[in-house]
Design a protein around this ligand. Sequence first.
Ligand SMILES: [Zn+2]
Length: 276
Amino acid sequence: MPLIILFGLLFAAVAAYYVYKRVIAARLDKLYLQPFSNAWVALLQKNVSLYSRLPPSLINELHGCIQLFLNEKHFIGKGIEISDEIRLTIAGNACILLLQSQIRTFPNFKTIIVYPDTYAAKQISHDGNIQVLEDSRRAGESWFRGPIVLSWGDTLRGSINSKDGHNVVIHEFTHKLDEQSGNMDGLPVLRENAHYPEWASVLNEEFTSLKYRAERGKNSVMDKYGAVSASEFFAVATESFFEKSAQMKNKLPDLYEQLSRFYHLDPASWNSTKDD
Ligand SMILES: [Zn+2]
């Protein structure tokens, strides 16, 4: 008798769990398909240059991702009031990374902290054996399995100009994709196991090559900050992949191909911006 009760309780718990999962999934599906307001479209058109370049076939998917993103992420303003403009500009850029992805949201973190402009963060540096705590000016940060921090000024400047290869939102959210593998090391979770050897080989080679070019001031497609580490290389390469796509495809075709396979996107084929 007690065994029957135990099995009954176990069955009820499993059934309740599946019902709960189905209810959550149905709610998210509804949210994903919810109509996107004209005011939000206007904000994206005004602030997110990459939005104007997207092929029509990707627009609804982006809108759905943005709905889920805004539902899930919690924005905190530090010295700035969080507005729809701030939320949409950040979500619009971040969700471009999720188009055609196997995930619909960025997992394992909830909070996005926004400062009005470039902000100071404490950083430890070493002078011989002496540790020095100093202020470092930042446009953004991504904490491992923790919050994203963004400067609104840098976010907007990077978002409006879609051709300079600088987009702090894309940069910091690439770190979030990077950490899905368990480490922030420039190796995200790839679509197929067979893709890993080529990814490792091409990205290592291109990373070494960028370090060489950066030392000589000959880096043009990618910012020299990408030479700092493998993780920063992936984030900076992603900024250029979306914002300098034609140049990357032309000058760094192997790197472009790897990123295109990872994101399942071909931004070099998207519309040009008005000032092209
Ligand atoms: Zn970074």
